[in-house]
Design a protein around this ligand. Structure first.
Ligand code: COI
Length: 366
């Protein structure tokens, strides 16, 4: 998929090109691996200044000083959102202004300059349109859009960078987990914490993510030994709050919900929980569907009593959890047809893909 492309300045409105052809991709076998596309959006700004116009460059490596603040001190944020293709060929974005708002507030926490909400949403639209041939056909997945905001300026001592780069790249994706849409098998991690009180757990900083996923391999041999008889591996780990180890926190890449009867509970956004846009949307949809939804401290012991457990996130979507292992006890949950998880999954994805009417003003058509 080599492309003959050159940089383009990004206009504030209107798609700059129409392309109704599809890229040469095996659309039936998409997972969540990076597949480079044609263009990426790039915009730079000095500390204390405002972002101006960005441009669409051919997708490729970026130049960074070895002493860029992001490389040395982790001064960086990321976002994730998806573009879906409707039957009529139009592209749909889901609540992109929410990602913009979250990036702005994260930037404040990390002492960074951030694009305005309009600049962010416009850049997303242009990146999606420029890579339109990489947006999967309806029902086959989506184009994952990954906005990054990094301290690209050079520093030596610990200080905010003198320059910031806002960048968006894209990749066609479908299922995040190797399980596909099959239920997840989680392990409650007690030896490592995801976030601490008054830390950056609620901020989408790049440094929140590497430590949480990489702890799994250390534990796989032990767990494999324990579970070999059942031939089970784990999909991911579920963290507990670092202060008491009694309450659920998050899975390494997504938020967690439990359901008992018609009551759904999820950890409240108390500073260590990422305020997921899918989380927030699912809470609203569940209330619309007549469920009681509680955002509160959810005790790990409640896993014993739950009927259902599910995860939410942009990459993950709404994913059923079939089993959780906690202190050598494996608990199993209802999955499949007739579950709350499936109802919410169908509703959310229906809205995101334009199959269900968007009565909430969540969708932007481009
Ligand atoms: C997303 O769900 O978009 C995220 O940013 C999580 C990431 C670990 C894939």
């Amino acid at each position: 998929y080599a492309s003959q492309t050159s940089s383009l300045e990004v206009p504030d409105s209107a798609p700059y090109r129409e392309n109704d052809e599809y890229a040469d991709v095996d659309w039936d076998n998409l997972g969540f691996g990076l597949m480079p596309t044609d263009y990426m959006y790039v915009n730079k700004c000095g500390a204390g200044q405002h972002f101006g116009h960005g441009q669409l460059n051919p997708y490729g490596n970026i130049h960074l000083s070895p002493s860029a603040a992001v490389l040395n001190y982790g001064q960086g944020l990321f976002e994730g959102t998806k573009a879906y293709r409707k039957e009529n060929g139009q592209l749909l974005l889901f609540r992109p202004e929410q990602n913009a708002i979250r990036m702005k507030s994260g930037a404040q926490r990390m002492c960074m300059e951030a694009p305005s909400v309009d600049q962010f949403v416009n850049a997303l639209k242009q990146t999606a349109l420029a890579n339109k041939r990489w947006v999967p056909p309806p029902g086959k997945g989506s184009l994952y859009l990954r906005p990054l905001l990094i301290g690209s300026g050079a520093v030596l001592g610990l200080a905010p960078a003198p320059e910031y780069t806002f960048l968006i790249y894209a990749s066609p994706v479908r299922n995040y987990f190797k399980e596909g849409s099959a239920p997840l098998n989680l392990y409650v991690e007690e030896n490592f914490d995801r976030a601490s009180r008054r830390g950056t757990g609620s901020v989408k900083t790049i440094s929140n993510y590497a430590p949480v996923r990489t702890c799994i391999p250390d534990y796989v041999p032990v767990l494999m030994a324990q579970l070999r008889a059942k031939k089970n591996g784990f999909s991911d780990v579920l963290y507990l709050d670092s202060a008491t180890k009694k309450n659920l926190e998050e899975v390494s890449s997504c938020n967690i919900f439990i359901a008992k009867g018609r009551c759904i509970s999820t950890p409240g956004t108390n500073g260590t929980i990422l305020a997921g846009i899918t989380r927030k949307s699912v809470i609203e949809l569940a209330r619309d569907h007549g469920y009681e939804v509680e955002e509160r401290a959810v005790a790990v012991d409640e896993l014993m009593e739950a009927d259902e457990v599910f995860c939410t996130g942009t990459a993950v979507g709404v994913a059923p959890v079939g089993a959780i292992t906690y202190q050598n006890t494996r608990m199993e949950y209802k999955t499949g047809s007739g579950t709350i998880c499936q109802e919410l999954y169908n509703t959310l994805l229906g809205i995101q893909t334009g199959v269900i009417e968007d009565k909430k003003g969540w969708i932007i058509e481009i």
